[in-house]
Design a protein around this ligand. Structure first.
Ligand SMILES: O=C(O)CCC(=O)C(=O)O
Ligand SMILES: [Fe+2]
Length: 530
């Protein structure tokens, strides 16, 4: 495939082939990537670093860090770093891949009271054996701790010296209070939970690690994953899904135990939805979780990096119900949209302990406004069946109107990715498709970009003839719309002339999605999910 250069601020959706525009586009794309990492660093600094690094993104990052870490860096003597061992594989990997970055890290002084400090109001009961200080910090956390500073008024006297204290939550009431999640314990019958864990452990022997492009090399996720679908139609649809622009492994059919679990999860979620306000962009009516992305973490060091689950095949405002089996792991989340009402919590890390047979329901707009990860841990308490392994099943709805046939393809020949703007007032809540090439195609992108009129799209989906296959059609009358891309239905507004105007929105959006951590951590643990 030829390298089609990207653009993020021209009045065209894609670049031409002229060498002049190639250079400009390439620079724009690299700048946008840097914006995604260093959101508040002035463009001149990013531009200069890129120039100094001869356009090499990887080289530019440490240069920027050395420039902007001084005013923004946190007190490295502060004792809120968790105990990270120098011998940890994660650190070793970071050194191997990004040796220059380590020079810019705050020193890591292990302290028992480090990450676990939480406000008195967040008192938790120690219902799980792992102490919070067993969490390892990610490099990005350290960098990201700049966020609260970035979001606050510019008067330097108003800048706090410390980020908000991380929260570690162990009980449903605290979870409900602090994030758009519901945590439930003992959701499946004990026997079913055990059987499900056993069959999934067996099945996971054949699952694979996701791979994607990062700076012209392929990197691999530090855990195994697979995709399951319930019915023939779901299987057919999911089989054409792409992952980072690459076709996924064939989906598997729900195992009998998964079907049993699905019924329980579906009922719980639907019952809770009755008490919630359902946004017009969400699945209306029955939430029928017909597909599941599954994960296997063999031991405490396996992980998944910061990401939000991609909206491309889930549609806007998805609800995802995440069932944990086996060893308890911490699920770490953080809001990426500044909360005007609670500026003190900007960038706050929240860790939620997910024990065996617990269900963590991520409600909308969690995927639009938050990120999540499973960080490596220093220790883990073995589970009687799985030892240090954990299985995670994320039940999702394969939604009508968002099949791969309906996902536009850009010049790279790759399915575009659906994203949402949430950091920019003017375009807040608007969805768009963009080229996903940077995560595939040897790290290159054509820069294609289209706004989506989501209201119009959903209206058209719901007014389709009644030949849909899942329960959503019962409530919405949706169908699959085979063979018609959203663009061919005129659902996508191509407002290329606005792209230049909103260049920063796009950079913000990049930062709000999976690109955010790639240049820094992906080799060791970042992940991109579809
Ligand atoms: O293992 C978990 O709990 C999270 C997995 C996850 O984020 C995902 O599959 O998208
Ligand atoms: Fe996820």
């Amino acid at each position: 495939m030829t390298n089609v250069p990207p653009t993020l601020n021209t009045h065209e959706t894609t670049c031409t082939d002229s060498s002049e525009s190639q250079g400009v586009c390439d620079l724009d794309f690299k700048l946008a990537t840097l914006f995604s990492i260093f959101e508040s660093t002035p463009e001149e600094i990013l531009r200069k670093a890129l120039l100094d690094a001869d356009g090499d993104l990887e080289q530019a990052i440490p240069l920027i860090l050395s420039t902007d870490s001084k005013p923004l860096s946190r007190d490295s003597s502060a004792n809120d770093d968790p105990a990270i061992s120098d011998a940890s594989p994660r650190r070793k990997k970071q050194r191997l891949v990004q040796p220059r970055l380590s020079a810019f890290l705050p020193s890591t002084s292990a302290s028992a009271s480090s990450i676990s400090t939480e406000p008195a109001s967040q008192k938790h009961k120690s219902s799980t054996p792992e102490e919070p200080n067993t969490l390892l910090p990610s490099l990005n956390d350290r960098l990201r701790w700049k966020e609260p500073l970035d979001d606050l008024p510019s008067s330097s006297s108003a800048l706090p010296t410390r980020p908000p204290k991380p929260l570690v939550l162990y009980n449903p009431a605290d979870v409900e209070k602090n994030c758009p999640c519901t945590l439930l314990f003992n959701v499946l019958d004990k026997d079913l939970a055990g059987r499900l864990l056993q069959v999934m452990l067996k099945d996971s022997e054949t699952w694979n690690r996701n791979r994607w492009w990062l700076f012209e090399r392929i990197v691999e996720s530090p855990h195994k994953t697979s995709y399951f679908a319930e019915e023939d139609e779901d299987l057919r649809k999911v089989s054409s899904w792409t992952y980072n622009g690459t076709k996924q492994d064939a989906p598997r059919r729900f195992l009998p135990e998964m079907k049993e679990a699905k019924l329980v999860v579906r009922r719980i979620v639907n019952d809770l939805r009755k008490m919630r306000t359902i946004h017009p962009y969400e699945v209306q009516g029955d939430w029928n979780c017909n597909v599941a992305a599954v994960n296997h973490y063999a031991h405490s060091k396996e992980s998944v990096g910061w990401h939000a689950d991609k909206l491309t095949y889930l549609g806007p405002r998805p609800t995802i119900a995440s069932l944990s089996l086996g060893a308890t792991r911490f699920f770490r989340i953080r809001k990426v949209v500044p909360d005007a009402k609670n500026p003190d919590t900007a960038g706050q890390l929240i860790s939620i302990a997910l024990p065996h047979n617990s269900l963590c329901i991520m409600w909308p707009p969690m995927q639009e406004e938050w990120k999540h990860e499973i960080p490596p841990q220093a220790t883990i308490t073995p589970h009687p069946i799985s030892g240090s392994a954990r299985i995670n099943i994320t039940f999702r709805v394969r939604r009508e109107g968002f099949s791969s046939e309906e996902t536009p393809v850009c010049k790279c020949g790759v399915a575009m990715v659906l994203r949402c703007v949430f950091k920019n007032q003017a375009n807040y809540g608007r969805y768009f498709y963009m080229c996903y090439g940077a995560g595939s195609q040897e790290g290159r992108s054509c820069g294609a970009f289209h706004w989506v009129d989501m209201e119009e799209k959903l209206k058209l989906v719901s007014s389709r003839p009644d030949d849909a296959t899942n329960d959503e059609k019962a409530d919405k009358g949706g169908n699959d719309g085979d063979g018609l891309t959203a663009s061919s239905q005129g659902l996508i507004e191509n407002k290329s002339s606005e792209i230049g105007e909103h260049e920063l929105d796009l950079a913000d959006e990049l930062s709000s999605n999976d690109f955010e951590n790639l240049p820094i951590e992906a080799v060791s643990d970042s992940e991109q999910q579809e």
